[in-house]
Design a protein around this ligand. Sequence first.
Ligand SMILES: [Zn+2]
Length: 220
Amino acid sequence: MTTQLTELFESNRQWAARTEAQEPGFFSKLLEQQTPQYLWIGCADSRVPANELVGLLPGELFVHRNVANVVAHSDLNALSVIQFAVDGLKVQHIIVVGHSNCGGVKAALNDMRLGLVDNWLRHVKDVRHQHQALLEQIPPERRVDALCELNVLEQARNVCTTTVVLDAWARGQEIVVHGWVYGLHNGLLDDLKMTARAAEDVDAAYAQALRGIRQRYVAD
Ligand SMILES: [Zn+2]
């Protein structure tokens, strides 16, 4: 086994040279400031690389990732990211992005014991229990993906109800919160229509997105 990871340094040098060749001055420009318009809150899963799948360059996307894209109200890490994105960077969009077949969501759904992460996934289990009646109407093989989407809805609503976002909306700052899901099987993003531009939008957006999930997953 290699200890130096020389292949990663080599590929980094090639990437930096290629980037600079395509746009001379790229890195020196970034040195001055970052002005991303988007905050991406996604899963830590290695198959969901935020910048790559929306084709954005360094400097264009502010990113926070954790297992199962959770936004917990007591998580100082996520809250600090949101606060800096909103108050410091003045991002216009905060996007919570879940993905199909998420391992964290699957563990929460099936009561799998994985270790310390079980405590973190307790947040997703809360989502599961909240939507237990709906989940029971969904065929078992589709429940993981349904819970992935329900989790996005809840975490996007959690973003909307942070003091940071509520205060920003109250002073008239334009921020749109979104809930999306990424398909591991086809590489495509879907908008769950959990879209809120003001505190008054949140309940209606949540209800609309929930109706959408019910329509997609529950047979009439
Ligand atoms: Zn995941």
